[in-house]
Design a protein around this ligand. Structure first.
Ligand code: F6R
Length: 249
């Protein structure tokens, strides 16, 4: 696992965008694994800037998102499909038919999850998976106790995660309590992983992810075992790390 510590969120986001762009440049039919939440928003803005400057073509890009709230329609302004359209897809030349977000409204959720997994494999697997991290160490909506071999499934959100995400909703009781999420096993199959984190509220989770033991109590710690994994974090998120880490590779 490589760790890069940047001074600011802007630098973190530019670095993240360069790493994702590099994958888009180098693959014929790149498959991106994408995350929502506040962390990658500026990185998506950097990718949009590159596209608008004529430097990045999304015509051949395909994507799979990590997760979606159960019970929210795609048109709900807090759904993750809505987020992706608003923050990235509507601003680049990606074909929306080539973008996938788990359905929060599937009648048969286990069948829809199995389909999602099958489609990832059928499209050649994920070239780069973008991750954020929860304050409790979750990745996607794999909360503590999630198993290393977990696959896309319906999951219950912890009270802490509901509290963390309440800022996006009118009130805490509006936050869905379940989600559909790729599993840890699904994520670890990506050929490359990039995890972004910024802010002091992520420092404890980052220290445990990077320097702690691999444990299902900190699901992000499972990425220590991935062969091609890079963390790009700002200095606040790095503030509880004991080791010294470089600012570039
Ligand atoms: C979002 C996701 C979540 C977030 C995490 C951090 O698709 O999978 O794991 O990455 O909750 O959220 P922010 O970035 O809002 O702090």
């Amino acid at each position: 696992m490589q760790v890069i510590v940047k001074n600011t969120v802007e630098e973190m986001s530019r670095c993240g965008a360069e790493i994702v762009a590099e994958v888009i440049f180098s693959k014929k039919n790149p498959v991106l694994g994408l995350a929502t939440g506040s962390t990658p928003v500026k990185m998506y803005q950097e990718l949009i800037k590159m596209h608008k400057a004529g430097k990045l073509d999304f015509a051949k890009v395909r994507s799979f998102n990590l997760d979606e709230y159960a019970g929210l329609a795609e048109t709900h302004d807090q759904s993750y499909r809505y987020f992706m359209n608003f923050n990235l897809f509507d601003h680049v030349n990606i074909n929306k038919k080539n973008t996938n977000v788990p359905s929060g409204l599937a009648k048969d959720i286990p069948a829809a999850c199995a389909e999602y997994e099958k489609k990832i494999v059928a499209w050649g697997g994920i070239d780069i998976q973008v991750l954020g991290i929860g304050t409790n160490g979750h990745i996607a909506f794999n909360e503590p106790l999630s198993g290393k071999n977990s696959r896309t499934r319906k999951v219950a959100l912890t009270d802490g995660t509901i509290q963390d995400n309440a800022r996006f909703f009118a009130k805490k009781s509006d936050v869905p309590t379940f989600a559909v999420s790729m599993g840890i096993g699904t994520i670890l199959e990506a050929r490359k992983i990039i995890l972004l984190a910024n802010g002091k509220n992520k420092a404890d989770a980052i220290a445990k992810t990077v320097e702690g033991p691999i444990t299902h109590m900190i699901p992000a710690s499972f990425i220590q075992s991935h062969a091609n994994c890079i963390l790009v974090i700002d200095k606040d998120a790095a503030s509880m790390l004991k080791g010294k880490y470089p600012s570039s590779l």
